[in-house]
Design a protein around this ligand. Sequence first.
Ligand code: SF4
Length: 146
Amino acid sequence: MDHTTHQSYFFDKGLRFECQRCGACCTGEPGFIFVEKHDIVQIAEYFSQEALYFIETYLYPFRTGYSIKEHADGRCIFYQEGCSIYPVRPAQCRTFPFWFENLRSFNKWRRVTRECPGIDKGPVFSKEQILEFIHASISDTIKSHL
Ligand code: SF4
């Protein structure tokens, strides 16, 4: 067990979240959507495409890896009235909103609540589950900044 599970956090009793598929986190301001090597393989397979073709068509080089292309208005290229790759969406999307930067304090979490209508709805994610998501989001953040 990771030592962080022994520490106390504002989410010790868990947090409720259920994605409402509103698309707010897939649209709006342009940003990066980091994809790992295994994400690329999975999404390419989902479309029955060769990984190389998939990379050239939908991704651009970003830091040490790739990011998904966006439309001019900042919309993810895979967002078409909902996420068209939802079952195989990359870790950055799967772990939202339980990102390290969103859970650094209760105030930061409340700020994200204003942007994501899925927060405070649905099942409770336990402290241990949240820490796993945070760990994944820290890894991605660090990798994307190398
Ligand atoms: S903003 Fe929240 S509810 Fe809306 S699509 Fe993103 S995760 Fe789901």
